[in-house]
Design a protein around this ligand. Sequence first.
Ligand SMILES: NC(=O)c1ccc[n+]([C@@H]2O[C@H](COP(=O)([O-])OP(=O)(O)OC[C@H]3O[C@@H](n4cnc5c(N)ncnc54)[C@H](O)[C@@H]3O)[C@@H](O)[C@H]2O)c1
Ligand SMILES: [Fe+2]
Length: 359
Amino acid sequence: MFRNFKQVTMVVFGRGCFNQLEDILSQRRSAPDSGVVFLVDDVFKAGDLYQRLPLHDADQLIWVNVDDEPKTTYVDQLAATVKAQSAQYPQQLPDGVVGIGGGATMDLAKAVALMLTNPGSSTDYQGWDLIKNPAVYHAAVPTLSGTGAEVSRTTVLTGPEKKLGINSDFTVFDQVVLDPEMIAGAPREQRFYTGMDCYIHCIESLTGTYLNSFSQSYGEKALELCREVFLSQGPDQDDKLMMASYFGGMSIAYSQVGVCHAMSYGLSFVLGLHHGIGNCIAFDYLEEFYGPGVREFRRMLDRQEIVLPRNLMADLSEEQIEKMVDVALVLEPLWENALGSDWRREMPRERIRELYLRM
Ligand SMILES: NC(=O)c1ccc[n+]([C@@H]2O[C@H](COP(=O)([O-])OP(=O)(O)OC[C@H]3O[C@@H](n4cnc5c(N)ncnc54)[C@H](O)[C@@H]3O)[C@@H](O)[C@H]2O)c1
Ligand SMILES: [Fe+2]
């Protein structure tokens, strides 16, 4: 069976296109006493973004904090807040949810949009195709590029037991607003770590056993753009990084990520590391799987003058290390993509453990 996958319905790209958000949302607004929910990364409380938000009287503005990666408890709490405030709307639901921020904020927007129309807790839906009802309309404005969260059919959440996405066709955004000016102010290191998420998506997709021409076409273009951004200088770097992220996301939509992502999930779960930096830390130790990719990644590190944290396992308990291995092993499709159907033989717990101990 071939996957029949859902894509983002509407995409606008271009410098300054954020200013079209008012127009775009006006087509969704159902009544003057109904409203749209804006979930905005609280890093933008400083600066002029607030003045640029196309807020109407009945809209809800919620500053979200992503110091920690999105947790199911946070999603449930946000969804409850939005539901309570939406009780005044004619349809008891907002006309839409708009996420403005990096991958974490985009994931929060997806998850909240889903939880407004699906009962229970977001933990109930961590997995594949467990969502029953369509989400409310949801849109994203990325302010960091690399995760591919703007195009993916998942929202990655950390629950009490596991870090696992809510993967479903209903998760996909209805609209994304790709304005390269929105990523221009990102701190240098964060921009690198998030950008490397895209680079690693490409390497894992292009070397994986799930690869097909669809994924390869997007993956190769994304990889070329990553090289232009991180190994050379030139015009339109933000535009290129934004498109690399989009294409990298499209590439893995029809294939899968691999060893680095599986390991990185374990790092995030136990150490609370963010996805981008977790990927970078893990990738540096995966030369035996991704030789040329890892060597090129080190050239990017040098060129961008990034120094990775080391020796992370020093203070960890045996239990914590075992938990990391558990989290990594849950991600079966990632291992299968990387190593083929016989991956369990090649990747016993002990080998994963040894890799972690080097980090
Ligand atoms: N859904 C998916 O398909 C998918 C894929 C990969 C990763 N993710 C998730 O994405 C998250 C990582 O996303 P990310 O790397 O984009 O970073 P992020 O959203 O976690 O943000 C990282 C930091 O950068 C700040 N920030 C964001 N934009 C900024 C800007 N323009 N200027 C200054 N600071 C800014 C944030 O406040 C935060 O402190 C993780 O939670 C990960 O699980 C999701
Ligand atoms: Fe990723």
